[in-house]
Design a protein around this ligand. Structure first.
Ligand code: C2E
Ligand code: MG
Ligand code: MG
Length: 742
């Protein structure tokens, strides 16, 4: 008897603890309530076992019913004292009520069998109870209610003939019901989660997580639980700190739902997917344990879309390095940082010498090959905190941290020149590949990053852009460069001698094949017949007052020519002219356009102005105001070279444009480059939704034309339909295509 007490108590405690752990594992959200009930019960049971054992220790040889009643009735649990030969069976009221015993006489054996849920009354059956010490029994009350009792049985008296046992019960009925309800609620909850494709993970100790079926699938688990260590290894190394922070927040209760985005891969080794992890910690009632849990929502698709848009906005398509947009963004931050921390940086602007010749002689794909490789060379020089970017066309920038070595920019530019020259092999063996550079220092050389960069560009232009020049910016350069270059003088004379002429390139309706307009592209025709393309002289004209004269000529001549064609009986078409930022930001822009229209008699609807994004965005408020003035006149507005500059689709909301020109770089590779295709079709779709028409530049073959037509592009322009040509040639073009066009 004396040894039976601690053993029984130990068994009760072990059993109860096992049950608590089991329930806590299964129902973490109910852990606290269950723990309280169990703890109370363990204490009560231990006390009962102790108390009854003590009392029975005092009994001598027999147990009388009155003594039994006196001892057990006051205890708040089911109690049976019985001899294994059934010479004595006593049950307290609690168990008798459950068994439906009303009077003092009852079939004791049958009731014992029912209470313990024994198949029969054999010694074997009882042995199971007495040897194991604890078992769970179920029986139905007279009202058909299913009762579950966990019995704990221990010897309280060993005699020669028989043994006396004490069985104390713990009524599990309510907990079982609670579990059924919870199971139903959980089924409902899990189904809802499954339908919403949301995975759920929960934990009370933040060491082991219970995982819903969708989360199991996502994590590649075969069981519904995972320890934090394994879960952590499935999270992308760069996102683990965020995850740790989220889990740590579970130490304390917070009513706020928090959100982090994590890359998680499945245990079956598939690639990382993006998840939005919405988590929260809940204070459990009456306990200090905090329930931490979160929902995992797969947002990979949204991320891919964002990446596409981000790519469009920040990555240069051809070279796959940062574009001007990213350079400006990071550059300005670097500028601010450099002021704050007393650091300095170099910005080197590089231009590939005679790139237009490479492009014209070797073709666009070879041109792109050169650009890519040039970018690759620059990339090798990027040090932490620095950046390589393609600013536009064949212009690149390299931002380098300055460590007090004033020779660094020159040395770097020279090494880049050497590396670049080495590319002149195979197809490029006949060409000498060189580049020129201008550099400046930030924050010393300007009031903003843009300012410093423009000064590096200024230094670049101050050299001979065709001959591997490297120049550092000096403020005194401003005085010497403007109005002094040979080219500028020659250009001034060319304007005087009417050597500038407009060429026209047709724009075609991709559905009907009809010509809907022409783009006026300026040419400098030297007296010896040499035709100079605008890329060679427009930038120079732009850095001086000459651009104003050129633009005035283009505007007036374009309007005059279009009106003349109308008078000649050719179909009404739109004349597009290109404006530089100097032209565009003139206060009298509207008056100049009005004058040109008035002088020519051209209706404004047949005039279109092409602007580049970079131009429009350098002072967005003023640009929008200028654009609205032109729109008010009835003039059309096109965004030129879309995709090369800032290219943020959000600008389409702000800028009052009527036509979007997709840059040639997208079109060139559209048949083979999936990303180019995806970007082009996304841009067309978005433009359509904003009622903006789209035109593709640089269509050179019918394959590109077909794809663009299918993608919903409205118009096309490119060598496939015609190269830029003088007015007389365009008239031939009209005649030749008369069948289609009239
Ligand atoms: P842009 O406005 O984007 O003009 C389109 C350029 O692409 C033209 O070069 C045109 O000849 C070329 N192009 C058109 N279709 C194809 C094609 O299928 N394949 C290829 N490889 N190229 C094609 P262009 O005439 O040399 O003009 C270059 C840039 O110079 C123009 O780009 C524009 O920004 C500027 N520009 C031209 N004329 C003027 C002007 O009158 N004023 C101003 N401010 N800029 C002008
Ligand atoms: Mg243009
Ligand atoms: Mg263009």
């Amino acid at each position: 008897m004396k040894s039976g007490n601690p053993l029984a108590a130990a068994i009760v405690i072990a059993l109860s603890t096992a049950l608590v752990v089991f329930y806590a594992f299964l129902r973490p959200e109910q852990t606290v309530a269950i723990i309280i009930i169990y703890l109370a019960t363990i204490i009560a049971l231990s006390f009962i076992v102790y108390f009854i054992s003590k009392m029975y220790g005092k009994l001598k040889t027999s147990i009388d019913a009155e003594d039994f009643a006196e001892i057990t009735e006051s205890l708040n649990t089911e109690i049976i004292v019985w001899c294994d030969d059934f010479s004595f069976v006593a049950m307290n009221t609690r168990i008798r009520d459950l068994l439906g015993i009303t009077g003092s006489k009852y079939d004791e054996k049958e009731m014992l069998k029912k209470a313990f849920e024994l198949p029969d009354l054999t010694d074997e059956s009882f042995k199971k109870i007495t040897e194991t010490g604890s078992h769970e029994a179920h029986f139905l009350t007279n009202e058909d209610k299913l009762i579950t009792i966990a019995w704990s049985t221990s010897v309280i008296k060993k005699r020669k003939k028989n043994c006396v046992y004490l069985s104390t019960g713990f009524n599990l009925t309510e907990i079982k019901n609670m579990q059924v309800n919870l199971d139903n609620a959980n089924d409902f909850f899990n189904t809802a989660m499954d339908l919403a494709e949301i995975g759920v993970i929960m934990s009370t100790d933040r060491k082991k997580f219970i995982v819903s079926s969708i989360a199991m699938e996502a994590l590649g688990l075969t069981t519904s639980s995972i320890d934090i260590g394994t879960l952590r290894t499935q999270i992308h190394p760069n996102d683990r700190i965020q995850f740790d922070r989220a889990v740590k927040s579970g130490d304390s209760y917070s009513s706020e739902v928090q959100n982090v985005e994590l890359r998680i891969k499945s245990l079956n080794g598939s690639a990382y997917r993006w998840y939005s992890f919405r988590y929260k910690s809940i204070e459990s009632t009456g306990n200090t344990l905090v329930l931490f849990g979160g929902a995992l929502l797969d947002i990979t698709q949204e991320h891919e879309k964002d990446i596409l848009i981000e790519r469009l906005a920040y990555i240069d398509e051809v070279t796959e390095i940062a574009n001007r947009n990213k350079l400006m963004d990071i550059g300005q931050k670097t500028y601010e940082c450099s002021q704050l921390l007393n650091y300095s940086y170099w910005i080197i602007v590089l231009d590939i010498d005679r790139f237009h010749i490479i492009n014209d002689t070797c073709g666009y794909s070879n041109g792109n090959y050169i650009l890519k490789n040039f970018a690759h060379i620059l990339y090798k020089f990027v040090t932490p905190g620095g950046l390589a970017a393609r600013i536009s066309g064949d212009n690149f920038a390299l931002v380098l941290r300055d460590y007090g070595d004033d020779e660094l920019p020159i040395r770097t530019a020279k090494t880049i020149q050497d590396e670049f020259a080495k590319l002149a092999v195979d197809d490029f063996a006949a060409i000498s590949l060189s580049c020129s550079a201008g550099f400046s220092k930030l924050p010393d050389d300007g009031n903003s990053f843009l300012d410093v960069m423009e000064h590096a560009e200024f230094a670049l232009k101050s050299g001979d852009a065709n001959n591997s020049s490297i120049y550092g910016y000096e403020p005194s350069m401003h005085d010497s460069i403007i109005g002094n270059t040979e080219l500028e003088k020659a250009l001034a004379l060319a304007i005087e001698h009417n050597e500038l002429q407009l060429y026209y390139q047709p724009k075609i309706d991709l559905k009907t094949g009809k010509i809907i307009g022409v783009e006026a592209l300026i040419r400098w025709i030297k007296p010896d017949g040499t035709v100079i393309k605008p890329d060679s002289f427009v930038p120079i004209a732009e850095s001086s007052h000459l651009i104003g004269k050129i633009s005035e000529f283009v505007l007036n001549e374009g309007c005059r020519q279009n009106k003349l064609w109308q008078k000649m009986g050719y179909p009404n078409i739109v004349m597009s002219i290109n404006f530089t930022s100097t032209d565009f930001y003139q206060n009298d822009l509207k008056d100049k356009v009005l004058d040109a229209l008035a002088m020519s008699g051209l209706d404004p609807q047949w005039l279109e102005v092409e602007l580049t994004e970079t131009l429009a965005l350098s002072d967005i408020d003023f640009a929008v105001a200028q654009m609205n003035k032109l729109r008010d006149l009835g003039v059309k507005l096109a965004m030129d070279d879309f995709g090369t500059g800032y290219s943020s689709l959000s600008y389409l909301q702000i800028l009052p444009i009527t036509l979007l020109k997709l840059d040639r770089s997208f079109i060139t590779d559209i048949q083979h480059d999936n990303i180019a295709y995806e970007i082009v079709s996304a841009v067309i779709r978005i433009a359509k939704s904003k009622r903006i028409e789209t035109i593709a530049e640089g269509i050179e073959n019918t394959g590109q034309e077909d794809i663009l037509r299918q993608a919903g592009c409205d118009y096309g322009q490119g060598y496939l339909y015609g190269k830029p040509m003088p007015a007389s040639k365009l008239e031939e073009f009209f005649e030749k295509n008369a069948e289609v066009h009239y």
